[in-house]
Design a protein around this ligand. Structure first.
Ligand code: 3HC
Ligand code: NAI
Length: 715
């Protein structure tokens, strides 16, 4: 028998274990092996019931996404058709109890729903996350889930892609029982209880929760509206609704055929290619490079944070949320109190939104030890990691690092949250530059998933490995980047931001630019982002990075003027936009007049700018600088840049990130467009040599951008 599926007997119950590490995906061989075991069990009169579980850390995490990727790129036969397996499971003479621990996702939940019964570990989660990959459930999930859980629940799970807890699944009717401490024992006991029943429930034959056209119509309409809202521009969520609608109208088999058609429509589309690319790119980014695979990361349990402002307080929450202890200090007792107040306000808002209970918040607050500056050196010795988050000022950071160096224990990692400064210059202030690393969190730090891990020229590999493990521990996506100006994310951001500022000088308005970028799929327009971050922040960074020191370069005219006028963005009620209501940007004729007058004085005649030009000039500025970042070696892989932009800068995942987007558009066309901009706008548009090289030899970023470095899974 295949090793992919093992069995053992517990009296008259056959326990079947799917063992396909790491997450028991239904990859090649698994469906066949499982079907063979069920065939044999059904023929064996000594087997009264069957329990199916996953080996290791989880039940089945779904269909094999690697084969789905092959299907998305043209090898459609690679996408396993699980229909025969699921029919086999459901038609077993012997009752089948699915024992779920970890996560039953996608094809995993679909397999579980084909069983007659489901018992779940209390900590398990189940879901249909296929929309995250740009597809709809393709193994009867859209047909079985509404039959078990009702139309509304199925719509919510398939459109949002969010998994639900075992308790929620029990309440919804997806699982039948929550297990005690020992899942297998509970499932076996359950199996014995049901074995003697004369018949067992078949999900495919249930119809009582499918509603009727009248009650379903508003649910389907609401789901389509939800899809437009939370997954704007995405195809799969709407098709998932179509598939569930089919479940409500068609017999089971016909509904499954409709689902399969919709599944392949998605698999063939661009969005599935892009989102599957992002899935593998994220895992590739956070994986240890081969030369470090042998290193065991030092455990980080206690984190000291110096500077409890916007970032420091958010980082403290991120750590406490992950169950870590935090020692938080600032320059003065008042500043510590202000940090604490910010943390409490944020947690209160989370409670008000129903996302956390007051008890959970109390537990997290108890982990954050507020420490006045005088007491800090004595407490800092407890820390395994110190994160500095004081103002962005090199001299100040060096001074703070000298103090931290004196206080921290040997072996402690010293990290800075700087967004632009040279890690080596900061490290040079300490007696242990090998222990210094950049941990560049994004704002709001408790929410944003991206963490740029900046490797200084002397950073120890052990420190890097520990930082990657820490990222995972605090549920961040750690991406290792080099120590160049702006690292990767901000390095690309500036050409993008400046280009949009030139666009408004050339005749567009901030609102038009932001609309065009939102139309492209960016989460927020660039001017709205600048207002949110604060125009003063951008101005400081621009100075720190020494931009526009060459007088021949075109220099943005308006930003500095807005800063001088005190229009610093949302916090002042005015920036590029006006904010009559908090966080709601309104186009401001005063700013538009200012732009026109400054541009006219500089001899720039306003012209009509198309949305297409806006998108090309903004997005291709990202692409060209992305190629330079790869060349400079600050990004190790093209796919790392994609991951950073999707997770940190609101780039649409369904376009796969800037470099994937460029690949799909065709590097030849991208280069031609950049060359045209170069002729028209001058040196800032000089094509990156790597882009020229790839375009001229018909290559792609994904296929291997540089010196054999490839994307996530090269193709
Ligand atoms: N297929 C293939 N590989 C998978 C996989 C899958 N469904 N799910 C995870 N993996 C791989 C990852 O690529 C990674 O491989 P690596 O170690 O070589 O990089 C490894 O498993 C571990 O994954 P994570 O690093 O993500 O581990 P975590 O413990 O953090 O998370 C998880 C585990 C929650 C299962 C997470 O991996 C996950 O969410 N996976 C995707 C689940 C999913 O989307 N399932 C639906 C698939 S599509 C489908 O089923 C279609 C069907 O309807 C026909
Ligand atoms: P902030 O101004 O909100 O907070 C800085 C804090 O440092 C203040 O509370 C201040 O009192 C404290 N501080 C100053 N000197 C100190 C000292 N000697 N000892 C202890 N504390 C001291 O600034 P913010 O936004 O939190 O930024 C902090 C760092 O994070 C900067 O390096 C910034 O570049 C970086 N960063 C900021 C992001 C953002 O979006 N705000 C994003 C990513 C990084």
């Amino acid at each position: 028998m295949s090793e992919l599926v093992r069995t053992h007997r517990d009296g008259d119950v056959l326990v079947v274990e799917i063992d396909n590490p790491p997450v028991n995906a239904l990859g090649p061989g698994v469906p066949e092996a499982l079907a063979a075991v069920l065939d044999a069990a059904d023929r064996d009169d000594g087997v009264a019931a069957i329990v199916v579980r996953g080996a290791g850390r989880t039940f089945v995490a779904g269909a094999d996404i690697a084969t789905l990727e092959d299907a998305a790129w043209g090898d459609e036969a690679a996408a396993a058709d699980l229909h025969d397996l699921l029919r086999r499971v459901e038609q077993c003479r012997t009752p089948v109890v699915m024992a779920i621990h970890g996560t039953a996702l996608g094809g995993g939940l679909e397999l579980a729903m084909a069983g007659h019964y489901r018992v779940a570990d209390a900590a398990a989660q189940v879901g249909q996350p296929e929309v995250n990959l740009g597809i709809v459930p393709g193994a009867e999930g859209t047909q079985r889930l509404p039959r078990l859980a009702g139309v509304a629940k199925a719509l919510d799970m398939c459109v949002s892609g969010r998994p639900v807890t075992a308790q929620d699944a029990l309440a919804a009717g997806i699982v039948d029982e929550i297990a005690g401490e020992d899942l297998t024992a509970s499932a076996v006991a359950f199996a014995r209880r049901v074995a003697a029943r004369s018949s067992h429930p078949l999900t495919s034959e249930r119809a009582e929760r499918l509603g009727d056209p009248e009650t379903n119509a508003p649910l389907l309409a609401a789901a389509r509206a939800q899809a437009e809202k939370i997954r704007r521009h995405q195809v799969a969520p709407l098709k998932a609704v179509d598939a569930i609608e089919a479940a409500t109208r068609l017999p089971f088999e016909a509904g499954c055929r409709r689902e399969r058609e919709l599944f392949f429509e998605c698999v063939r589309g661009e969005q599935a290619k892009a989102l599957i690319h992002v899935f593998f790119a994220e895992r590739a980014a956070s994986k240890l490079p081969e030369d470090m695979a042998h290193l065991t990361p030092a455990e980080i349990r206690t984190i000291a944070i110096v500077g409890g402002g916007t970032m420091g307080s958010g980082i403290a929450m991120a750590c406490a949320n992950a169950g870590l202890d935090v020692i938080l200090t600032d320059a003065t007792g008042d500043a510590v109190a202000a940090g604490e107040a910010a943390i409490r306000t944020n947690y209160d808002a989370t409670v008000a939104r129903g996302r956390l209970t007051p008890d959970a918040v109390a537990d997290r607050l108890a982990r954050i030890h507020l420490t006045p500056p005088a007491a800090f050196p004595a407490r800092a010795v407890e820390a395994d990691l110190v994160i500095e988050a004081v103002f962005e000022d090199l001299a100040l950071k060096q001074r703070v690092f000298r103090e931290i160096d004196a206080a921290a224990r040997p072996g402690c990692i010293l990290a800075t949250n700087t967004s632009t400064l040279d890690i080596d210059a900061i490290a040079s202030a300490t007696s242990r530059p090998e222990a210094v690393i950049g941990l560049h969190f994004f704002s709001p730090a408790a929410v944003m998933r991206l963490l740029e891990i900046v490797r200084g020229s002397r950073t120890d590999l052990d420190v890097l490995v520990a930082a990657l493990a820490f990222a995972k521990r605090v549920r961040k996506l750690g991406v290792v980047v080099g120590n160049g100006p702006g690292f990767v994310g901000n390095r690309l951001m500036f050409p993008y931001m400046y280009e949009t500022q030139f666009l408004v000088e050339d005749g567009a308005t901030p609102a038009q630019v932001d609309r065009a970028l939102a139309g492209f799929g960016m989460a927020m327009g660039v001017f709205a982002v600048d207002d949110m971050a604060g125009l003063d922040v951008g101005a400081r960074v621009r100075k720190a990075l020494g931009h526009f020191s060459d007088p021949r370069e075109r220099r943005p005219l308006v930003h500095e003027r807005l800063v001088a006028m005190g229009r610093l963005g949302q916090k002042r009620g005015a920036g590029w936009y006006r904010y009559d209501e908090p966080r709601k940007p309104t186009p401001d004729p005063e700013v538009e007049a200012l732009i026109r007058s400054l541009a006219t004085d500089a001899g720039i005649a306003a012209r009509t700018i198309s949305d297409e030009e806006i998108v090309d000039r903004a997005i291709l500025a990202l692409v060209n600088e992305g190629a330079r970042a790869l060349e400079a070696g600050v990004a190790a892989r093209a796919s790392d840049i994609d991951v950073i932009y999707v997770n940190g800068y609101g780039f649409p995942g369904w376009r796969g990130g800037p470099l994937f987007y460029a690949d799909r558009r065709g590097l030849g066309e991208v280069l031609a467009r950049i060359r045209a901009f170069h002729r028209e706008h001058g040196e800032r548009w000089r094509p990156a040599p790597l882009l020229v090289e790839l375009a001229e030899r018909g290559g792609t970023f994904r296929g291997g951008a540089l010196h054999g470095r490839a994307g996530a899974r090269s193709r």
